[in-house]
Design a protein around this ligand. Structure first.
Ligand code: PEP
Ligand code: CO
Length: 469
């Protein structure tokens, strides 16, 4: 099957001249989301600082994730990726980090149980601080006159407040972003070392959504049955004594973020002793967004040279041929575990776009992990101007994607959600019944709307039912 994996980055493979890759070879390529820092010296200082600080993640963790993604490509494992749309520096709080980790672990257990396969957990966390925007500027009416400022590009770049000073890109925010990612990761690493014993007991989970009056009897019965068998299964494993609670609660957890700001990414991209190639050590799984995946663009140039697995968001404007070219550029040797193709077509766009894409990529023999992001193609704005997404549309996209893969004989190997462990009111629907008029109650996202705790857990139950067959 395909070419044997080599562990070489393009330049160590002997490329020369115009095609040679270095951590800086993206400079000068087209970047539609380029951050324009005005203070060059401060930018150079921030880069240099990041270059000398310890890495956030290690090459062996990255290699382990790559091998797990390879297993998921072969249908032996599933990948659950989720977290905030835009993490903020202020989100670096123990309660928020712990609850995000908790919902992801609980969802993963529901999926392990439903799929009877191991699940790899990847957070959009500890660095999801840079956001692509549809317009570089934003205009608002302030004191009766129109004011245009740079858009908010996430806490890695500028600040959300609407003043000229806050919107000016500040290179020092890259160092602050790094520091907050490090603090977040430090806490995550301690928590996953065994501080989550209650996670494995659905008795301690908040399952109140199952009792909501709006839920059909059939769904309620289905959820209750699943949670009962899940409890039994976990108790059984403990009772067998094969695994201690401690062992059961020790989990692997990986981080990911959109690798939007290439100054930040490249400053932490290094060679490591006794290994070939370069590693982006800001995160385990960086991804390229739907707006920055141009074949000749800066992002594809940067990501083609690193050893990390790479996510690529693919929206409805992609073509099968274009995506195959993109995969060839990013993974010329067709190595396993390298490419995670994250499709986000919108519920109504799946049938038109996905079958052709699956056939094109599979027909070309490309190894990818098919992942579904049912969030980004399903954004809507209410009459009163609030950005939201409906639980039903999210579920519908997942159902359609599962249908397409089953017809094409391919596997859906992962899902990608925007979610939080908090009781926010940002997406409508789900058994716990967030309505349009509730959106103002606790809308906390500075960017896209996220599933709340109950909506996330319910979706895991539904997904486990659909994928488990
Ligand atoms: C995101 O994941 O927050 C995002 C901006 O996605 P996309 O690139 O798919 O639009
Ligand atoms: Co988003």
């Amino acid at each position: 099957m395909g070419t044997a994996p080599t562990n070489q980055s393009p330049d160590s493979a002997g490329e020369s001249g115009a095609n040679a890759w270095t951590p800086e070879s993206w400079r000068g390529r087209l970047d539609p989301q380029q951050v324009r820092y005005t203070d060059r010296e401060a930018t150079a200082r921030a880069s240099e600082k990041l270059r000398t600080l310890p890495p956030l993640v290690t090459s062996w963790e990255i290699e382990r994730l790559r091998s797990e993604i390879g297993q998921a490509q072969a249908g032996e494992r599933f990948v659950l990726q989720g977290g905030d749309c835009a993490e903020t520096l202020a989100d670096c709080r123990p309660d928020l980090v712990a609850s995000k980790l908790k919902i992801l672990l609980q969802m993963s257990l529901v999926l392990v149980h439903g799929l009877k396969a191991p699940v790899t957990r990847v957070g959009r966390i500890a660095g999801q601080y840079a956001k692509p925007r549809s317009s570089p500027t934003e205009t608002r009416t302030v004191d009766g006159r129109e004011v245009t400022l740079a858009s908010y590009f996430g806490d890695l770049v500028n600040q959300a407040g609407f003043s000229a000073q806050e919107r000016e890109p500040d290179p020092h925010l890259m160092v602050r972003g790094y520091q907050h990612a490090a603090m977040t990761l430090n806490f995550i690493r301690s928590l996953v070392e065994g501080g989550f014993a209650d996670i494995h007991h659905p008795e301690y989970w908040d399952l109140r959504f199952m009792e909501h009056a709006g839920l059909s009897d059939e769904r309620r019965a289905q959820y209750r049955a699943m949670s009962a068998t899940l409890s039994d299964g976990l108790r059984f494993m403990e009772a067998l004594g094969e695994k201690s609670v401690e062992e059961l609660t020790r989990v692997e957890f990986y981080t990911s973020h959109e690798g939007l700001n290439l100054i930040y990414e490249s400053a932490q991209t290094r060679e490591v002793p006794r290994k070939e190639g370069w590693f982006d050590l800001t995160t385990h799984l960086p991804w390229i967004g739907d707006r920055t995946r141009a074949l000749d663009g800066a992002h594809v140039e940067f990501f083609r040279g690193i050893q990390n697995p790479v996510g690529v968001k693919v929206g409805p404007t992609s073509t099968p041929g274009g995506v195959v070219e993109l995969i060839e550029a990013l993974n010329p040797n067709n190595e396993a575990g390298k490419i995670v193709l994250i499709t986000r077509m919108g519920a109504s766009g799946v049938e038109a776009a996905l079958p052709g894409l699956v056939e094109g990529v599979e027909g070309a023999g490309k190894r990818v992990l098919w992942m579904s992001d049912p969030m980004h193609g399903n954004g809507i704005t209410t009459d009163s101007g609030v950005k939201t997404r409906s639980f039903d549309a999210i579920l519908e996209e997942l159902e359609r994607v599962i249908g397409v893969h089953s017809r094409c004989g391919t596997v859906l190997g992962g899902v990608h959600f925007e979610l939080t462990g908090e009781d926010v009111t940002e997406c409508v629907g789900g058994a716990s019944g967030v309505r349009e008029e509730d959106l103002g109650l606790n809308y906390a996202s500075p960017c896209d709307p996220r599933l709340n705790y109950a909506q996330s857990l319910e979706l895991a139950f539904l997904l486990a039912g659909k994928l488990g067959g």
